[in-house]
Ligand binder design. Structure first.
Ligand code: PLP
Length: 428
């Protein structure tokens, strides 16, 4: 019953936010577990979809004040960027960004070895060669000196990832990119709402990319966004998402680039607008919950929070909450910890992805069918190399706790009680 009423209740947010939050508090008492699930509605997503489905405009076209155009304005404002371009996914956003910035086959883009494999795949699908770099032990983010050592004559771009919404050190990476003449792409697919030295994540690079897919800060089923301050780049990107069509952006019926269908459907744009509306409050609640959890960690020896290059939960957007495990101090290892959490229904995963060079596609040499230009010996050496910190974080030191653990008081209490009993047994 309450579930049926929810769309009506969320409509209240626009009319009377205080009544809305009062009703949400009451509903939470009865639906704690459902509010602990994610994704969930952050505003009036159902109303937005109904409105779009009731209209005759389900696809993206231009200049008619459609949902995606309004979303682009709102999104650009929310991350402090001059332009936003709504697209079909974070991956296609990355491909489009590389092409729009002029990268060609044989050029290389450096990114961390343990980000989502989508990043390397997207780089390759743009015809560009991914070069992997290790991460830093303290932050679990890119190791800047390792990046520097991997820059070669073909390197044209650096991709900085705000892993799980933990902020990267963008001022340092931007200085490095500028000094070495590299384009800087900020992969904020997991990091909407994260803050870097007082500025929104995504607003530091030549372009910032975002995903609205699974496990992402806001979710629309699928979808993504590119932001940039460069107007001519924004026009090029809009052209690239329409199979390179130049008519709308440049007034000529022509195509000058190999391009994609990177369009976002109006239906998803409608959902994204509502998710974006409710996101600041949602993020505030998540940060408060993680902040409380951080205080309790003093009682769990060997477990500590990793906030990337920041010192405070207020800078992070927590697509996952990242923990460092010191096995010796804790008295249990990562395998035991993950098994125990899973057994007790607590969403958990690693703090980084399987290293991309460990995937069969790379290990088997199948990448050779697709990387046809550039310094192949150098690519082979990079692909076959070791990345000791990322390897250790994946095997032993890093753990991710799913956001759902922090979205209801019941889930938070359950997490703590399972950690308490593990800690007692570890100490025994
Ligand atoms: C860091 C990162 N970059 C890029 C992507 C690709 O986004 P999408 O799945 O929307 O293509 C993902 C997806 O999980 C991601 O986690």
């Amino acid at each position: 019953m309450l579930r049926r009423l929810l769309p009506l209740i969320v409509k209240l947010r626009d009319w009377s936010p205080s009544t809305y939050y009062f009703l949400v508090r009451i509903a939470r008492r009865f639906m704690g577990e459902e509010f602990g699930a994610y994704p969930h509605m952050l505003a009036n997503e159902i109303g937005a979809v109904v409105e779009i489905l009731s209209s005759s405009q389900w696809n993206m076209t231009y200049g008619r004040g459609l949902a995606h155009e309004r979303l682009e304005v709102e999104f650009a404002e929310s991350v402090g960027a001059g332009h936003a371009i709504a697209v079909a996914s974070g991956g296609v956003a990355l491909q489009m960004a590389l092409r729009a910035m002029g990268l060609k086959p044989g050029d290389e883009a450096i990114h961390q070895v343990d980000t989502c494999s989508a990043t390397a795949m997207a780089v390759m699908n743009a015809g560009v060669t991914p070069v992997f770099a290790d991460i830093c032990d303290r932050t679990f983010m890119l190791d800047r000196s390792d990046v520097e050592g991997r820059i070669g004559p073909q390197t044209k771009a650096l991709i900085a990832t705000h892993m799980w919404g933990n902020p990267e050190n963008m001022s340092a990476l931007r200085a490095l990119a500028q000094a070495r003449g590299l384009k800087l792409i900020e992969d904020a697919c997991l990091g909407l709402g994260a803050v870097v030295q007082g500025r929104p994540a995504g607003s530091w690079g030549d372009v910032g990319i975002f995903s609205f897919g699974c496990v992402k800060p806001i979710q629309t089923g699928e979808g993504g966004m590119i932001v940039t301050d460069d107007e001519s780049l924004a026009r090029e990107l809009r052209s690239l998402r329409h199979w390179g069509d130049r008519t709308i952006e440049f007034g000529v019926r022509d195509a000058t680039q190999l391009a994609w269908n990177g369009r976002m459907s109006e239906i998803l744009a409608g959902i994204a607008r509502e998710q974006l509306k409710g996101y600041p409050k949602h993020l505030e609640e998540v940060r408060d919950a993680v902040g409380e959890f951080q205080l309790t960690l003093a009682g769990f020896p060997g477990l500590s929070l990793v906030l990337g290059t920041s010192e405070t939960v207020a800078d992070c957007s927590f697509s996952q909450v990242v923990l460092r495990l010191d096995e010796a101090l804790a008295g249990f290892d990562k395998t035991k910890l993950m098994a125990e959490l899973t057994k007790n229904g607590i969403a958990n995963w690693h703090a980084n992805f399987e290293l991309i060079n460990s995937l069969s596609f790379i290990r088997s040499g199948a990448w050779r069918d697709w990387i046809l230009r550039g310094d192949i010996d150098r690519v082979e050496e990079n692909n076959g190399g070791r990345f000791p910190v990322a390897e250790r974080v994946f095997a032993r030191d890093g753990l991710g706790l799913g956001k759902t653990n922090f979205l209801s008081a019941g889930n938070r209490a359950h997490l703590q009680s399972v950690l308490r009993s593990l800690t007692k047994r570890g100490a025994a």
